[in-house]
Design a protein around this ligand. Structure first.
Ligand code: SF4
Length: 418
């Protein structure tokens, strides 16, 4: 488990940052709104000072202005289903309850019939996106899983994902796969059957891979490996989701470095469609069950810094079930997307945090002065303006699920389901 409490580490890091006056922060933020990017030193100074309310307020104000300039009052959400194709994983992150051991009664690998059944449930409730989310390459760690794949006529987890994505397309939904680390060849195989794919960068901190830290037993959490996959997804022109995990033991400088790395990847390859800013929530039964999560103020500050730092074409997303008490504040700090919210399936990664009903989320969004629009796995601007990002197979399917503005097509039944 981490040797330091994450919140305490954040405080120490903040306390040691050079002082920044609200007037200086305001000038920098105003320059960003006018199109002048932050430099690294400015980003680090803001990251080190965002625990101070006057600084944070100026950052949030500018981040909101950038969001409004880009997408107006519109905020998006993807009505989706979550298909945890397998909850076996070769890693053991200290905060995870998703991954199970093969001998656990809760260990499960979906059959294609089960995938088809889940997709039927999604179609019936007006969902467009099927999120394939699963553990990293369990075949490397578990003989019994390898035998199970063989018995099904499959060699690798990627074969399983491919079958699941094919049946999903056939039965009326668009897949988005997040399977942990994939090779370039594996992503190339999956691209014709995925509207988009993703991998949270999470953190660029190599310190968290050290003994006693949360990623010590998680070789796939090596930052260089995750950056490489982002680069290869860019080379393959895959609309890609990245993001930062907040509060697992990283410090302020490491958070800035993570955002800076996502920004750099987005600039170099132009394929990052969204960045999720996701606060860690401690879970019972894990090594990090007693760790303190980041307080809401700091989460708001990091969301605002993400919006200030990232290219404007990168949407900034916050999961509404992990910030249920601060939805208006998240919107006022530059969030323009709530991510996937399911009327059918739970958040298997954070099962303790129920999804809001879409109707309630719409009301909360409107009360904060914004409007909620549904999207599919790909953002409207990407559907309309980035056709080169899609394999012809998926490109041919997109019009079935998008209206003229690129938002998700819906039917009357889906309103009832919300
Ligand atoms: S890689 Fe993901 S699924 Fe695997 S242990 Fe870590 S957090 Fe859990």
């Amino acid at each position: 488990m981490p040797t330091a409490d994450p919140a305490a580490a954040a405080s120490r890091s903040s306390a040691s940052s050079p002082s920044l006056s609200p007037r200086e922060a305001e000038a920098w933020c105003a320059a960003v709104v006018d199109g002048q990017p932050l430099d690294r030193a400015q980003a680090e100074a803001l990251g080190g000072a965002l625990h101070e309310a006057p600084i944070r307020a100026r950052m949030a104000e500018a981040a909101r202005a950038i969001k409004v300039a880009r997408t107006g009052s519109r905020v998006t959400v993807s009505r989706n289903i979550f298909i945890p194709l397998t909850n076996l994983c070769r890693n053991r992150c200290s905060y995870c309850t998703f991954a199970k051991q093969p001998d656990s009664a809760e260990a499960h690998t979906y059959t294609i019939d089960e995938v088809e059944e889940a997709v039927r449930g999604g179609v019936a409730t007006g969902c467009v996106e099927a999120l394939m989310c699963l553990g990293d390459k369990p075949e490397i760690a578990y003989k019994s899983y390898r035998e199970e794949l063989t018995a099904r006529g499959l060699q690798t987890t990627t074969d399983l994902i491919l079958d699941a994505c094919r049946i999903t397309c056939e039965k009326g939904m668009l897949p988005h796969t997040n399977a942990g680390i994939l090779t370039k060849e594996e992503m190339a195989r999956l691209r014709p059957w995925n509207a988009s794919m993703g991998l949270m960068l999470e953190t660029t901190s190599t310190r968290l891979r050290q003994k006693g830290m949360p990623h010590f037993h998680a070789p796939d959490k090596e930052p260089a490996t995750r950056i490489k996959m982002h680069e290869e997804a860019g080379e393959l022109r895959i609309p890609f989701t990245s993001g930062m995990l907040l509060g697992i033991g990283e410090n302020d400088a490491e958070r800035v470095d993570t955002l800076w790395t996502i920004k750099d990847l987005a600039h170099r390859y132009g394929h990052i469609q969204e960045a999720i800013i996701q606060p860690f929530h401690p879970k019972p039964g894990t090594k990090m069950r007693a760790a303190s999560p980041l307080d809401d103020d700091r989460v708001i500050g990091w969301v605002a810094l993400a919006r200030l730092l990232l290219p404007r074409e990168v949407h900034v997303q916050a999961p509404p079930n992990l910030g249920a008490d601060m939805l208006p504040r998240l919107l006022d700090a530059g969030v323009d997307d709530w991510g996937g919210v399911s009327p059918v399936t739970v958040d298997f990664i954070n099962p303790e945090a129920p999804w809001p009903a879409l109707r309630a989320l719409r009301e909360d969004t409107e009360q904060a002065g914004f409007e909620l629009f549904e999207r599919g796995p790909v953002y409207p601007d990407w559907i309309l303006e980035r056709p080169e990002m899609f394999d012809p197979n998926i490109r041919a399917l997109l019009p079935k699920y998008a209206n003229d503005e690129g938002y998700a097509q819906r039917n009357d039944q889906s309103e009832e389901a919300a």
